[in-house]
Design a protein around this ligand. Structure first.
Ligand SMILES: O=C(CO)[C@H](O)[C@H](O)COP(=O)(O)O
Length: 258
């Protein structure tokens, strides 16, 4: 029922509906996590019922797995299918190079594994997720519970020497207790003034023992579908930029769909 949705949810849904058109019969599909990805899973369920669309879905979280199963989608594992034809997922921030911050929903580890094991990665979002520069959204970092205090201190030390300006490291809580990911880990949210060199920061974080993965998705997304509150969507495709992932926005092919 579109009428009951907020303008932002209508835009999220519009992006998901457009991206669902990229899914073809027989595909192995990575299914993202979050409210935008939930619209995608629902749409794929509708296509299954109306067109008999048969796909194999690899969910990036337990909640997406539950939703996909409820929609009648065949749920499998990355081990089972080996590689994916397409992954469609949301994001917390997207910049002009289609670099992302993800992990607001705490699923960044599986999301990054699934996305990097995909021929094509399509990001679905409302316009509010588009930014000039990544970094206003707190950067999630997944850490194992063992030695959490020491890992946190090493993360703080890294940030002290990085081009991030003022910084704060927070352990993500849920109901007053540390948030636990599907992999049994915790999340540190890094509130940063800026992300000077995203690639360097990502590499530095991942070198710290105890850090499992961080929410910077650099050079991973191929296509961005931005939904609008009027129900239309814009497709921004990096594959049209001569395969150069960091060519900047000038070379990016943009298609507006109403
Ligand atoms: O990265 C994610 C989960 O880990 C989500 O894709 C991201 O948080 C966006 O969520 P939503 O679609 O609800 O705005």
């Amino acid at each position: 029922m579109t009428d009951a949705l907020s303008p932002s949810d209508i835009a999220k849904r519009a992006s998901a509906l457009r991206a669902a058109e990229f899914v073809e019969p027989g595909m192995r599909v990575g299914l993202g996590t979050g409210s935008t990805a939930a619209f995608l899973v629902q749409r794929l369920g509708e296509r299954l019922r109306s067109e008999g669309l048969r796909i194999r879905g690899v969910p990036t979280s337990a909640r997406t797995a539950d939703l996909a199963q409820a929609e009648g989608i065949e749920v499998t594992t990355l081990e089972e299918v080996g590689w994916l034809d397409i992954t469609i997922d949301g994001a917390d921030e997207v910049d002009g190079r289609l670099d992302l911050i993800k992990g607001g929903g705490g699923a960044l580890l599986r999301e990054k594994i699934v996305a990097t094991a995909s021929e094509r990665v399509v990001i679905i979002a409302d316009a509010g997720k588009r930014v000039g520069t990544l970094g206003a959204f707190p950067l999630p970092v997944e850490v194992i519970p063992f030695g959490l205090g020491a890992t946190r201190r090493l993360v703080e030390d890294l940030l002290a020497g990085a081009d991030v300006g003022a910084r704060q490291v927070e352990l993500r809580l849920r109901d007053g207790r540390p948030f636990v990911t599907d992999e049994g880990n915790h999340i540190l949210d890094l509130r940063l003034e800026r992300i000077g060199n995203a690639r360097q920061l990502s590499l530095g974080l991942n070198q710290i023992p105890g850090v499992v993965e961080n929410g910077l998705f650099l050079g991973i997304a191929d296509t961005l579908v931005v939904g609008r509150p009027d129900g239309g969507a814009e497709v921004v495709d990096m594959s049209q930029a001569d395969g150069v992932p960091f060519a900047g926005t000038d070379n990016i092919f943009t298609e507006v769909v109403d």
